[in-house]
Design a protein around this ligand. Structure first.
Ligand SMILES: [Zn+2]
Length: 98
């Protein structure tokens, strides 16, 4: 598994990432979205641009700690992988926070 973060939902799926997890910095509310659930028209768009529209459903905050993850499966990954990410302009980069 490469630690170079994917730049679009389609690329994430092709690299084996399945989930995007967002934790609101303001209220700690946590949400997850499957890369599969992005609509066709969104899957080739820059993830950073899509994330800019994200808004916490509890407090309306727009600042999130973000992690992408694989899923533990019987025949897939032997263990889950997680990669904290952040946006830098229209690019997704590996987060520097840990
Ligand atoms: Zn919130």
């Amino acid at each position: 598994m490469s630690d170079r973060p994917p730049q679009t939902p389609a690329q994430a799926l092709s690299m084996g990432w399945l989930w995007l997890s967002l934790t609101c910095v303001g209220c700690n509310h946590r949400g997850e979205i499957k890369f599969d659930d992005f609509r066709i028209g969104q899957s080739a768009q820059p993830l950073a641009r899509l994330l800019r529209k994200a808004k916490c459903s509890r407090c309306g905050g727009r600042d999130f700690n973000m992690t992408i993850a694989t899923r533990l499966t019987e025949h897939g990954q032997p263990f889950p992988h997680h990669l904290p990410i952040e946006c830098e302009g229209d690019a997704i980069i590996a987060a520097r926070r840990n």
